[in-house]
Ligand binder design. Sequence first.
Ligand SMILES: *[C@@H]1O[C@H](CO)[C@@H](O)[C@H](O)[C@H]1NC(C)=O
Ligand SMILES: *[C@@H]1O[C@H](CO)[C@@H](O)[C@H](O)[C@H]1NC(C)=O
Ligand SMILES: *[C@@H]1O[C@H](CO)[C@@H](O)[C@H](O)[C@H]1NC(C)=O
Ligand SMILES: *[C@@H]1O[C@H](CO)[C@@H](O)[C@H](O)[C@H]1NC(C)=O
Ligand SMILES: *[C@@H]1O[C@H](CO)[C@@H](O)[C@H](O)[C@H]1NC(C)=O
Ligand SMILES: *[C@@H]1O[C@H](CO)[C@@H](O)[C@H](O)[C@H]1NC(C)=O
Ligand SMILES: *[C@@H]1O[C@H](CO)[C@@H](O)[C@H](O)[C@H]1NC(C)=O
Ligand SMILES: *[C@@H]1O[C@H](CO)[C@@H](O)[C@H](O)[C@H]1NC(C)=O
Ligand SMILES: *[C@@H]1O[C@H](CO)[C@@H](O)[C@H](O)[C@H]1NC(C)=O
Length: 370
Amino acid sequence: MASKTLVYVLSTFLFLLQLHLSAGQTTVVKGAYWFPDSGFPVSGIDSTLFTHLFCAFADLDSTSYEVTISSTNAVQFSTFTQTVQQKNPSVKTLLSIGGGGSSPSTFASMASQNSSRKTFIDSSIQLARNYSFHGLDLDWEYPSSATEMTNLGSLLTEWRAAIANESSSTNNTALLLSGAFFYNSNYYTINYPFQAISNTMDWINLMAYDFYGPGWSPNVTGPPAALYNPTSQVSGDTGVKNWIQAGVAAKKLVLGVPFYGYAWLLANANSHEIFSPANGVATSISPDGSITYSGIKDFISNNNATAVYNLTIVTDYCYAGTTWIGYDDTQSIYTKVTYAKGNGLLGYFAWHVGADKNFTLSRNASVTWG
Ligand SMILES: *[C@@H]1O[C@H](CO)[C@@H](O)[C@H](O)[C@H]1NC(C)=O
Ligand SMILES: *[C@@H]1O[C@H](CO)[C@@H](O)[C@H](O)[C@H]1NC(C)=O
Ligand SMILES: *[C@@H]1O[C@H](CO)[C@@H](O)[C@H](O)[C@H]1NC(C)=O
Ligand SMILES: *[C@@H]1O[C@H](CO)[C@@H](O)[C@H](O)[C@H]1NC(C)=O
Ligand SMILES: *[C@@H]1O[C@H](CO)[C@@H](O)[C@H](O)[C@H]1NC(C)=O
Ligand SMILES: *[C@@H]1O[C@H](CO)[C@@H](O)[C@H](O)[C@H]1NC(C)=O
Ligand SMILES: *[C@@H]1O[C@H](CO)[C@@H](O)[C@H](O)[C@H]1NC(C)=O
Ligand SMILES: *[C@@H]1O[C@H](CO)[C@@H](O)[C@H](O)[C@H]1NC(C)=O
Ligand SMILES: *[C@@H]1O[C@H](CO)[C@@H](O)[C@H](O)[C@H]1NC(C)=O
């Protein structure tokens, strides 16, 4: 009799646990961002390779503090979820707000007042629901003072409360809440609000890339998204360890990987190691040297470039003549995804899906995670 009761209690417990997990808990993020100017059609995304797709970017209105979608993007954004779910009905979508091109001071000013935070929060939820997104993703690049970090904490706490309220009053599954954050737990010594992040966010995307580029490191080549860096603290591994040490659980961290690289002009064609002398951007590639993974693979085959993987740093690079490109190919992606899983992180995400070549990197990452 006692054991029958125990079995009953246990199976009820397991059922409820399962319900809880399926309702609230994200168990893995295999993510990628998409944005309209990439020129890549939403319908072309192989969504079977992802659990989460981020649609970027919604804007923050600088006077009303409402979240808006530009009229140029309205059709693609409003059909985004429906389109990507055709190939994978269980893929989740998040509307990403802000981005590198948005004004950090508008975010700072929105977050500084209770009333403008409320406007932002309420409009974001309304927009997400109206356009059938499963969640919201904050891309404020970057809060850059102690006060702004405190205000970010208030924003997140109030946002989560509003999301929970909306969910219980409408009986809909709560919206997901994530954010794209600096790779390191402090932004040039200013700490993020760790407690608020831990309490409110489903996860945070660590932008572990753009460490070196010809725009800000013109005189020497470098690994744009090093996982390890023997010469400095600037690396994905350092960032991940600092976030965990600050008290944010590994299971809240998602490691960012780039599906693009940067091209430098070498000072000397015969000196083509990592950290070689350079003369700025290889403008034959693009004005800022940035180039998609797809473009890099074409560059390699068109120019018979030499491609090298450096396993100490975990970066790929290639060179032909005086053009030198640092990027992530399959070995780097494979090693980073293995690192993320091995260190108990929640997953990985890529910027950006339209830069991949025939989904080579997306597929490698997804299969590698398992
Ligand atoms: C700020 O707004 C929230 C609702 O968004 C409210 O619960 C809270 O009391 C407000 N705080 C202050 C100090 O006005
Ligand atoms: C809701 O979406 C429809 C299109 O699906 C659009 O016409 C309308 O403006 C949207 N409303 C808000 C408040 O976003
Ligand atoms: C809670 O949600 C309901 C329904 O969405 C809304 O009318 C109400 O204003 C919300 N309350 C707060 C404090 O956000
Ligand atoms: C709320 O959701 C639950 C579970 O999905 C469902 O059983 C219930 O009928 C819903 N209640 C209302 C009022 O819609
Ligand atoms: C790169 O070299 C130029 C010319 O020597 C120098 O003026 C500039 O300060 C250097 N830039 C950096 C970031 O070191
Ligand atoms: C990787 O790059 C570093 C820095 O340039 C260099 O010291 C090291 O020898 C390289 N490793 C391999 C295996 O090439
Ligand atoms: C490509 O480069 C390799 C050495 O890296 C060389 O052996 C080969 O002949 C080159 N092919 C062409 C078509 O230039
Ligand atoms: C991923 O790339 C690594 C390194 O190139 C390779 O060893 C591995 O087989 C690839 N995995 C898949 C599934 O393509
Ligand atoms: C694209 O990838 C698929 C799956 O790996 C492969 O079957 C196909 O041949 C590839 N197409 C091209 C053009 O490389």
